[in-house]
Design a binder for this molecule. Structure first.
Ligand code: SF4
Ligand code: SF4
Length: 306
């Protein structure tokens, strides 16, 4: 047994002990030509809507060794956020990922613990939780965690897609995993479930996507009637293309306490949301990723919902 193998196994075992659901390793190198070409085309067609930051640092996004010079390995991590307790159908809906505390803080804290408990805190490393230009799903795929479904999500076999993804870039050599082939086959349930036609196999048009429109988009909706009709009771994000995926029948409730919703959140009725004050908003979403939409954005979404 080599030292590289032993260290890789130790990192994976520690990751599971710390509450990650899956951990794999890929070699740090440029992404493949198909992925690079697809990204350039996606941007050129304007599918990123107003998210112009996606046009920045393209060289680094396509090659993690430019993101962290000397990087040799990418440790890919997944953490389950599938909620045990959900909002009822007669309540306003939030995407599951937004039920609990902000995942950026939760994941980073555990990634630091992972480095210290494997004695790697002194090696060169870069923690990536959404704020670094890197293709999470691509590296999770390359690290053998799962495959990228037609809905663009990383699907973990026998577990589904309700997972936060994160990476640790490091300059140490590790043992690399083998990617898993797609099991999407002829299925198109996610595509058919999208209420706005935003989804084509492996391509998302953010301009039509309710997740983008209700979270990232600022100001009035481009087509308020269309959004109002499509969102229904959804007021923050959209999970329909994930809920439609047959692989999510394997989803198990998360055991990460920080991702569990508060009783105050779960007890909100439509009338409560319609009267939401700034103070209530701040209390309800203290330390939550929902702050991304800002109070004005959430009120706009509430006004458009049914
Ligand atoms: S998140 Fe909703 S609107 Fe966006 S692609 Fe998926 S189903 Fe369509
Ligand atoms: S719904 Fe079907 S096509 Fe879409 S990601 Fe899941 S398995 Fe793949």
């Amino acid at each position: 047994m080599t030292a590289t193998h032993e260290l890789t196994q130790k990192i994976k075992a520690e990751a599971l002990r710390l509450g990650f659901s899956a951990c794999g390793v890929a070699k740090a190198e440029p992404v493949d030509a198909v992925t690079a070409e697809r990204y350039h085309k996606w941007l050129a067609e304007g599918n990123h809507a107003s998210m112009t930051y996606l046009e920045n640092n393209i060289d680094k996004r396509l090659d993690p060794t430019l993101l962290m010079p000397g990087a040799k390995s990418i440790i890919s991590l997944a953490m389950n956020y599938y909620p045990a307790q959900k909002l009822r159908d007669d309540q306003f809906q939030f995407a599951y990922y937004a039920y609990g505390k902000d995942y950026h803080d939760v994941l980073k804290q555990r990634m630091r613990k992972l480095l210290s408990s494997t004695s790697l805190n002194s090696v060169n490393s870069l923690l990536c939780v959404d704020t670094v230009p890197i293709f999470d799903r691509y590296w999770a795929y390359r690290a053998g965690l799962g495959w990228i479904g037609k809905n663009g999500c990383l699907i973990i076999p026998h577990a589904g897609s309700f997972f936060f993804l994160a990476e640790i870039l490091t300059d140490i050599e590790l043992e690399y995993d083998t990617p898993i082939e797609s099991h999407c086959g002829n299925c198109r349930q996610c595509l058919d479930a999208c209420p706005t036609g935003a989804l084509q196999p492996h391509t998302l048009d953010a301009r039509k996507c309710l997740s983008y429109l209700t979270i990232e988009h600022r100001g009035d909706f481009p087509d308020n009637d269309l959004v109002a009709k499509a969102t229904g009771r959804g007021i923050y994000g959209c999970d329909r293309c994930q809920l439609a995926c047959p692989h999510n029948r394997f989803a198990q409730p998360t055991s990460v306490l920080e991702f569990m919703p508060s009783q105050a959140f779960l007890s909100m009725r439509p009338d409560d949301w319609k009267q939401l004050t700034v103070e209530q908003y701040r209390t309800l979403f203290k330390g939550s990723a929902v702050k991304r939409a800002k109070y004005e954005g959430l009120i706009r979404n509430i006004s458009s919902s049914k």
